[in-house]
Design a protein around this ligand. Structure first.
Ligand code: SF4
Length: 171
């Protein structure tokens, strides 16, 4: 299964999972590298600031180009721990699914038992995420269907206001 992930024409990344559970139109546009208004997006700037200013000592980013960019990993507990730092005060499904996908990837690569943690520094929260393999495999199939078909019609939602593609969908 993992090999086919690396062979995909459009690789399915952690970001793809985040986008799929946020907005299918955004997932499709990201998969085509369509340029949104990323540089001036205040949400992206705040996310970057939180990412760069927290957990500085722990940061050992793990990157697999086009697949994952994990904020930091730890092994002190005997498990392979995957840590993701996010902005916001409430945990969201896209954040959970992105982290769960990272657990899936590292479990496939290393064969080790992995556990994930989502950190929300603004709310001082740390949430444990466990792998649901069936959910990840089903989501991979659905994501693949979206990115291999025509762009889904945009649907207005709360996140549109802060989305980098706002001007393309609604401008
Ligand atoms: S503006 Fe809204 S509909 Fe368009 S890509 Fe962004 S979130 Fe999706």
């Amino acid at each position: 299964m993992l090999i086919s992930l690396f062979d995909e024409k459009f690789r399915i990344s952690g970001e793809s999972f985040f986008d799929y559970f946020s907005c299918k139109t955004r997932l499709w546009m990201e998969s085509r590298n369509i340029d949104g208004d990323f540089d001036s997006n205040e949400h992206i700037k705040l996310g970057k600031f939180i990412d760069e200013s927290t957990f500085r000592r722990e940061k050992h980013r793990l990157q697999i180009p086009g697949i994952c960019s994990i904020d930091f990993i730890k092994t002190d507990s005997g498990f392979l721990e995957i840590h993701e730092v996010k902005k916001g005060k409430k945990v969201s499904k896209p954040q959970i699914m992105q982290t769960m996908y990272y657990i899936y990837i590292l479990n496939e690569i290393t064969g080790k038992e992995c556990v994930g943690f989502l950190h929300l520094p603004e709310a001082r929260k740390k949430i444990e995420i466990k792998l649901n393999e069936e959910l990840i495999r089903g989501s991979l199939k659905e994501i693949s269907e979206v990115i291999n078909n025509d762009c889904p019609k945009p649907e207005i939602k709360a996140i549109c206001r802060g989305c980098s593609y706002n001007h393309m969908c609604w401008g």
